[in-house]
Ligand binder design. Structure first.
Ligand SMILES: Nc1ncnc2c1ncn2[C@@H]1O[C@H](COP(=O)(O)OP(=O)(O)OP(=O)(O)O)[C@@H](O)[C@H]1O
Length: 329
């Protein structure tokens, strides 16, 4: 999947405002990419636009989402689009716990899904679903016989993951796949996502506010702030040596299990909303220790340095960000 210059706007009383702005990102075949960002940074809007599923008052205003063998998803309509979802792209939306039909059993919904995508071997589909549910620690036969209200939030979330994987799509988008789960179940589900990903040679995108989740599963990490991607690169490199001041702040804000709890320092200020996100210049400048005059007027370009891509005037200008941030703190 190649996302290029993607901009998504919502119509508001103040006019159309961008929730996702000029995002470019390549999902490499066989990799797991994690997108991390605070609430309101535009993650879910981005996930929806990858399936061309943004609903009014939102719309994709610019850019493309090219998928191998399918073309630009932004140009797909109606039946073509419905077929692409599920068969080419499996997805779990953020509200997976609430997205099942309350009137039908999970098994009935699975069969509906299979039929609507022209699956001939429905028995095989049920077998596959049971296998996936079993791996996630559930009794597959029982779950398929259940209605939504008979399942806990965590069980529904696992059903959502099963439905995303069962049609054997090669591209899988998981929006907050583990939010309703306790820590142990979360670790187990992430392990299974990784295993199924490897077994099937999938290309996977995991969207989350939880940097621990991406640290666990993602090969590549992209950091989102105010609708922009501010930094991307191999997960270990980004977490081990973050370059963008926002990524640094985000990592420093994580409390650790061992060591001094006071070392975790919350990032001062709040992330911008649609109404407050600056129309020009850097979206992070209000909270940035390295703010310069140019940040008020010029949007920093995303500059690549090997596998790392960073959009920051201070980094672009080769300022030693580590030293400056420490001094400021
Ligand atoms: N239907 C809508 N109409 C107007 N604004 C919207 C709509 N949906 C989202 N927004 C705004 O777009 C911005 C991005 O929202 P989005 O839900 O994509 O962020 P997010 O990073 O997924 O946050 P969260 O994790 O809380 O869901 C936010 O400022 C949000 O208020």
């Amino acid at each position: 999947m190649r996302i290029d210059g993607l901009t998504v706007v919502y119509k508001t009383p103040a006019g159309e405002l961008p929730a996702v702005r000029e995002i470019s990102l390549d999902l490499r075949p066989g990799s797991i990419t994690g997108i991390v960002g605070e609430s309101g940074s535009g993650k879910s809007t981005l996930a929806l636009s990858l399936l061309n599923a943004v609903q009014p008052p939102g719309r994709i205003a610019a850019g493309s989402v090219e998928i191998d063998g399918l073309g630009d998803v932004v140009g797909l309509r109606g039946e073509q689009l419905r077929k692409a979802r599920g068969k080419h792209i499996g997805y779990v939306f953020q509200a997976a716990q609430n997205s099942l039909n309350p009137l039908k059993t999970v098994g009935k919904q699975l069969l509906d899904l299979g039929r609507s995508h022209g699956v001939d071997d429905l028995r095989g589909l049920v077998r596959e679903a049971k296998e996936l549910l079993g791996r996630m620690g559930l009794d597959g036969a029982r779950v398929l016989d259940s209605h939504q209200h008979e399942l806990s939030g965590g069980m529904r979330q696992r059903v959502g993951i099963m439905l995303a994987l069962v049609l054997n799509a090669h591209l899988v988008v998981l929006d907050e796949p583990t939010t309703a789960l306790d820590m142990i179940t979360q670790a187990n589900i992430l392990k299974i996502i990784r295993e199924v990903h490897d077994e099937r040679g999938l290309t996977t995108l995991v969207i989350t506010h939880d940097i621990g989740v991406v640290a666990e599963v993602a090969d590549r990490l992209a950091v989102m702030y105010g609708g922009r991607l501010v930094e991307q690169g191999p997960t270990r490199e980004v977490l081990g040596a973050p370059r963008h001041p926002y990524t640094k702040g985000l990592i420093r804000a994580i409390p650790r299990l061992v060591g001094d709890i006071d070392e975790a320092r919350a990032l001062p200020g709040r992330p911008p909303t649609l109404a407050t996100v600056p129309k020009e210049g850097c979206v992070f400048r209000e909270r940035c220790a390295l703010r310069m005059d140019v940040c008020d007027t010029v949007d920093p370009r995303a500059v690549a340095d090997g596998p790392r891509i960073v959009a920051c005037h201070a980094v672009e200008g080769a300022v030693d960000v580590t030293v400056d941030v420490k001094e400021h703190a």
